[in-house]
Design a protein around this ligand. Structure first.
Ligand code: PRE
Length: 267
């Protein structure tokens, strides 16, 4: 949708798992054609974007590999990059290139009905070439970066492993916390949700996200997520101790540090 709105792609061919989705997409002005199989969808492609839960992205890369035309560039939108990038790169034929991406954009909703052409506008998009393919994949990396910039994103190029450490902290940890907070409150007293102001709403929107997608993210980024969760538990323990000890200067230090961090977010 964004590619059509910004004139980035000449012809957009979509494969989607459900036949009824493919039928609905055929009526959309941003979809030139649908394909009945992933192989058929990529047969004449110059750029392929795999948009699926992370385990499925690896399966799809293996499935389309024999059908890719020479010179094709494959990217994805998965939230974990280390294992996925190595597996997708290994699946490619010698004449095609895999360079991973991760646009930091989305919502708690799923399905094409919730798509929007400005989703990527002014959002960061990670592009994550493997260090040992930097030279052979330089042109493909630039093409993928240009694709995201054309959609309005600001590209940040990092290695897949650096990416996984960063997003464990700034994306996967927030999901774990929002989920845990809602899970905790659901057991404490679900009816209390009716008293909530914007505080609870603002901190928990992403708890409504798709469980299947997040299980696969936690599985693939397990080590980094566990490290981030442990460090965060230390932070919570620190606040718990400061309140228990009536150490209000320490509580203030933490509130001030949190506010300074939050106030400096880009609009
Ligand atoms: O805002 C949302 O609902 C998201 O989907 C958020 C979010 C994020 O952490 O920013 C979550 C995972 C995706 O990989 C990218 C975006």
């Amino acid at each position: 949708m964004a590619a059509r709105a910004r004139g980035t792609a000449r012809r957009i061919v979509i494969w989607s798992r459900r036949p009824e989705t493919r039928l609905a997409l055929q009526k959309q002005p941003w979809c030139d054609a649908t394909a009945d199989t992933p192989e058929e969808a990529v047969r004449h492609a110059t750029l392929v974007v795999l948009a699926a839960p992370v385990e499925k992205i690896i399966e799809l890369a293996r499935q389309i590999a024999p059908a890719l035309p020479a010179g094709a560039i494959v990217t994805d939108v998965g939230s974990v990059k280390g294992e996925l990038t190595r597996a997708c790169h290994a699946a490619m034929p010698a004449t095609a290139f895999f360079v991973g991406s991760h646009p930091m954009a989305g919502s708690q909703k799923t399905g094409w009905e919730n798509a929007s052409a400005d989703l990527f506008d002014k959002r960061v998009c990670f592009v994550t070439p493997l260090a040992d393919t930097a030279a052979t994949h330089a042109k493909a990396t630039e093409t993928v970066a240009r694709f995201w910039r054309d959609l309005g994103s600001e590209v940040s190029t990092v290695t897949p492993d650096e990416h996984d450490e960063i997003v464990a902290h700034i994306s996967h940890l927030p999901q774990a916390i929002a989920t845990s907070l809602c899970s905790f409150l659901a057991q404490k007293n679900p009816a209390w949700r009716n008293f909530s102001g914007n505080g609870l709403r603002d901190t928990t929107r992403i708890a409504a996200s798709d469980a299947t997608m997040w299980i696969e993210i936690f599985q693939q980024n397990r080590d980094e997520v566990l490290r981030a969760l442990s460090r965060f538990q230390d932070e919570l323990q620190g606040l718990h101790a400061a309140i228990a000890n009536r150490d209000w200067p320490e509580v203030r230090t933490r509130l001030d540090r949190g506010k300074t961090y939050r106030d400096a977010f880009r609009p």
